[in-house]
Ligand binder design. Structure first.
Ligand code: FAD
Ligand code: NAD
Length: 455
């Protein structure tokens, strides 16, 4: 905590106005970074702009602290508190970093160029262009996995981006207000107040946990006539939730959910999605209909269209459909001078912020070494090595679980004390003092005044 506050003070005093930063130098090599998420921002924070011109291309002009996104769906934390403008992040660099809010639609490793498209609704006379690069860093993350199932994109809500959290919040409050509408049919009340979460990975579990807290602490207080009708169901295809946690913590989570009246349907696979119900294959291989008001879809990741396009172009070297293949130095197989980090890659680690951050930091150190080697110094570039710092998840009612590495082994802990630890870890992992300040303020605000139940 002391380190985080100290760094915050340093950040405030060390910011530069863009005009005080050095301009692009045509004699330096240009690194183009695709993305403004975990991988891209940890790379940007560490890259030495005395050595390179740096340009960032991303459809979002901000970084999003995803671990606290489930808290935003219920208003424990406000979305703006976990967003950080990219320009705030690059204001600490010695050289100005160019940012284009646009989507990269094509990478041509032969001509070393990318195509970019303006993503804003209001466009100028130029909205597509080609940009050359010397080095390209792909940190474009991943898409939501739907397995091509009809109805998922149309009727379900994902939980990855700011607009997903806004959509969930609006739909949830719509369901509650419609259930309370005059003379509403009882079976419709039951359907509208049935919130179904698909996927028992950490995203689905954390969302179900936050939703439970919101129902218990706030909605049941403000809507007493509906209080006994709210239901949460979590559907998971595997025999248990959270397969990456120890069996002890899986049991602890499942028993906490039972106490909290969150129904967990394991060995149950969603087969069809319609506007008011899903069809699932249950543990006994029966096809069962489940009516819902709100459907949240959290069944993991798949490659984005840009990653798929590059993989198809380099099909001789890109042999996995699950993500961009890189070597131990994060170099994209088959594309010289193109690097990839984070969720867009196919790697032996789980697609987490922890992995993306370490890869971003590593890649910045590789670029530092490349610059020194070019100056004639003797530098050895070592391969990337992942250091697992543990896994954490919030499970509701002020309880969290943690699997932490300890003395060549693992410690599994869960409960209220772990929740305090969970909060302190996330606060210290935030990229800016401003975000830390806003999040702590939001936690205090929701404790004192309750969560906002407006739509
Ligand atoms: P992202 O952070 O997703 O960033 C991708 C960036 O690329 C975005 O800025 C996007 O706009 C941009 N982009 C997309 N397409 C293009 C394009 N064509 N051109 C240019 N830019 C593009 N991990 C943990 O370790 N701990 C947690 O507690 C945790 N909690 C999570 C909670 C939730 C709700 C979610 C969804 C994820 C969570 N994760 C957590 C996982 C973590 O968020 C991801 O692993 C991490 O974001 C991956 O970083 P990334 O940089 O690869 O991708
Ligand atoms: P995930 O891949 O971890 O879990 C998805 C789950 O959905 C799986 O358990 C899968 O069996 C289930 N599933 C798939 N298809 C299904 C179907 N048709 N019906 C029912 N269940 C189905 O995905 P996630 O939870 O979105 O997480 C994505 C990544 O982000 C993971 O690497 C995760 O570790 C990371 N993450 C970490 C945290 C944390 O550390 N607290 C929080 C959120 C996400």
């Amino acid at each position: 905590t002391v380190g985080a506050i100290g760094y915050g003070v340093y950040e405030i005093y060390n910011k530069r106005h863009p005009l005080e930063q050095k301009p692009f130098d045509p004699k330096k090599r240009t690194v183009v970074v695709l993305g403004s998420g975990w991988g891209a921002v940890s790379f940007l924070k560490s890259i030495n702009t005395d050595d390179y011109n740096v340009m960032v291309v991303s459809p979002r002009n901000y970084f999003l602290f995803t671990p606290l996104l489930p808290s935003c769906t219920v208003g424990t934390i406000e979305l703006r508190s976990i967003m950080e403008p990219i320009r705030f992040i690059t204001q600490h660099k010695s050289r100005n970093v160019k940012f284009y809010e646009s989507e990269c639609t094509d990478i041509d490793p032969e001509s070393k160029t990318i195509r970019i498209t303006d993503v804003s609704d209001i466009k100028g006379s130029v909205s597509n262009t080609t940009i050359p690069y010397d080095y390209l860093v792909m940190a474009i993350g991943a898409d939501n996995q739907t397995f091509g199932m009809a109805g998922v994109r149309e009727f379900a809500c994902f939980l990855k981006e700011v607009w997903d959290a806004q959509k969930i919040r609006t739909r949830l409050m719509d369901c509650v207000e419609s259930a309370g509408f005059a003379k509403q049919a009882p079976e419709e009340v039951n359907r509208l107040l049935h919130m179904v979460v698909v996927g028992g990975g950490p995203t689905g579990v954390e969302y179900a946990a936050e939703l439970h807290d919101f129902l218990k602490d706030d909605l049941e207080v403000w809507y007493p006539e509906l209080a006994d009708k709210f239901r949460i169901t979590l559907v998971e295809a595997l025999p248990n939730v959270l397969p990456m946690f120890s069996s002890q913590l899986i049991q602890y989570t499942e028993s906490t959910f039972k106490q909290n009246k969150i129904e967990v349907l394991t060995k149950t696979m969603v087969k069809e999605v319609a506007d008011k119900e899903i069809k699932v294959m249950d543990a006994n291989k029966n096809l069962v209909s489940i009516p819902y008001g709100l459907l949240v879809w959290a069944t993991g990741n798949c490659p984005r269209p840009l990653a798929r396009k590059l993989m198809a172009r380099l099909k001789e070297s890109q042999t996995s459909p699950r993500g961009v293949l890189v070597d131990d130095y994060m170099r994209v197989a088959g594309a010289p001078d193109v690097y990839a980090i984070g969720d867009c890659t196919f790697s032996k680690y789980a697609p987490t912020a922890q992995v993306a951050t370490q890869q971003g930091l590593y890649l910045a150190s590789v670029f530092e070494s490349l610059a020194r080697i070019e100056e004639g110094q003797n530098k050895k570039i070592t391969p990337f090595e992942y250091s697992h710092q543990g896994s954490l998840a919030y499970i509701g009612s002020d309880k969290a679980i943690a699997d932490l590495p300890f003395l060549n082994g693992n410690v599994s802990v869960g409960g209220v004390a772990t929740y305090v630890f969970w909060r302190s870890v996330y606060i210290s992992n935030m990229f800016s003092f401003r975000n830390r300040f806003l999040v702590v303020g939001d936690w205090m605000k929701s404790k004192v005044f309750g969560r906002d139940v407006s739509r």
